[in-house]
Design a protein around this ligand. Structure first.
Ligand code: PLP
Length: 453
């Protein structure tokens, strides 16, 4: 018997097929050649069988795959508002516009336009942050992990940093407080126990090498039962009395009080500053609803020490971050406008009535075969914010037995744009809370296609 692998087409022969010649007019030759090679290699690995869709079609599909961007827009139907894997905060319209403006032209990033002299990128969001929070000074870097690294390096390099054992957390994505601390050049001194830490634990551990007391908001979990921690104001007072620094890693940067909407327990930025710590650190793309960024607010001396630390240069924010953050912050000058226009806040404060209506609209747009029905459920804040907070929503459940939930989920992910759904009790559920205005029709189309196979 002859080996079918000997009948595989030659690369040049496939490239000469009319369909592939057409592709060469719209795609770089190297890309088409690579796609053709990979298509043949795949067939060889399959024992030499020709692709069932035909050679040209298989090569064309591979070209399309290779040419598609890897970072694509997706529709988040999971109901997790700050979904780290899906890019966290969706930007407000003015922030998107600001990004476009600085992306498509030059900008005064480090230029004092009035004086015609060199300026500093650190000036851009600074005044707004001070205005909105009452902090003495502010610094924006690439993300909150970097901000914490920077503050620890600037304030405690070669010294001891005291942290409660209950706050030695891992956030995800390899962010662990002890590791960041080690890289900053400071030494970690653990105080207290996992469930209980008292003011005395800090007081007794302070020694000649102690430079800083670090308070970390344990963002993504809750310890319940026999627990106690030391509030930031007591940590700040103790640190001041002993002449050392105190820093509060807040994680999420909540600028407005959301307790009216049933979201309580997450400290606001103002609360954190009012505790008297010398610096507060938080993310730009969690509850603040802006771009990925790390923000340090605090005393003049602390922020200038941070600016002068060599790590500041390594973790500096780029012009896109600064442009989008400035536009996001400007919305907070009118808190009600911020709530309406910043997608994260709009999603978190959507009313039950609104969510029910949107779920019902979606149900009506879906094919009968999907056996879609709306039902009460829960959304999630995500991003390690408000863990366990109730966020009641109306879900759309696809109750059809066939195809299976896994098959449907895979087909929804394969649609363009991909729709990311949740599976609950063997059924696909879609949460209208995170489906953006204008995406409903795309979701309906994707569901219809998923049932068509
Ligand atoms: C999320 C979080 C961070 C990291 O923030 P990034 O902006 O993702 O780097 C740091 N500390 C706490 C407490 C957090 O919740």
């Amino acid at each position: 018997m002859t080996d079918p692998r000997r009948n595989l087409p030659a690369v040049d022969a496939l490239l000469a097929e009319p369909e592939l010649v057409g592709l060469l007019a719209t795609h770089p030759r190297a890309l088409v050649v690579r796609a053709v090679r990979e298509t043949i290699d795949r067939a060889r690995a399959n024992g030499g069988a020709a692709p069932h869709e035909g050679w040209s079609e298989a090569a064309r599909a591979r070209v399309a795959e290779l040419a598609a961007p890897s970072l694509r827009r997706v529709i988040n139907a999971t109901g997790v508002v700050l979904h780290t894997n899906l890019g966290r905060a969706v930007l407000a319209e003015p922030a998107t516009q600001a990004l476009l403006r600085v992306a498509s032209g030059y900008s005064g990033l480090e230029y004092d336009v009035a004086r015609g002299t060199r300026g500093s990128r650190h000036t851009h969001c600074r005044d707004l942050l001070i205005e909105l929070t009452g902090a003495e000074d502010a610094l924006v870097v690439n993300n909150a992990a970097a901000a914490l690294l920077l503050v620890l390096s600037a304030l405690a390099r070669d010294g001891d940093v005291l942290v409660s054992r209950g706050e030695l957390i891992e956030i995800g994505g390899q962010f662990r407080i002890p590791d960041i601390l080690a890289r900053s050049g400071a030494r970690l001194v653990e105080v207290g126990t996992t469930n209980r830490t008292h003011p005395d634990d800090y007081a007794r551990a302070i020694g000649p090498a102690t430079r800083l007391l670090l308070k970390v908001h344990p963002s993504n979990f809750r310890v319940t039962g026999f627990t106690s921690d030391v509030p930031a104001n007591e940590i700040a007072a103790l640190a001041e009395a002993r002449g050392i620094a105190s820093v509060y890693d807040l994680g999420s940067g909540l600028l407005v009080d959301l307790s009216t909407w049933g979201l309580a327990g997450e400290p606001t930025i103002r609360d954190a500053l009012a505790s008297g710590v010398r610096a507060v650190v938080f993310s730009g793309d969690k509850l603040l609803g802006g771009p990925q960024a790390g923000i340090v607010l605090g005393k003049n001396a602390v922020i200038s020490a941070c600016r002068n630390d060599p790590i500041a240069r390594a973790v500096r924010a780029d012009k896109f971050t600064l442009a989008a953050l400035e536009a996001t912050l400007a919305l907070y000058r009118d808190p009600e406008r911020a709530r309406r226009e910043i997608p994260v806040l709009r999603m978190l404060t959507a009313t039950s009535e609104e969510l029910r209506q949107r779920a019902d609209e979606l149900v009506r747009a879906l094919p009968a075969r999907a056996r879609a029905k709306s039902e009460p459920g829960q959304s999630e804040v995500g991003g390690g914010s408000f863990p366990g907070a109730p966020l009641p929503t109306t879900l759309v459940r696809l109750d059809a037995d066939q195809p299976s939930a896994d098959t449907l989920a895979a087909r929804l992910r394969a649609s363009d744009p991909p729709v990311i759904a949740r599976i609950d009790a063997d059924r696909i559920v879609l949460d209208p809370r995170t489906i953006l205005p204008g995406e409903h029709q795309q979701v309906a189309t994707a569901v219809r296609a998923a049932f068509d196979g």
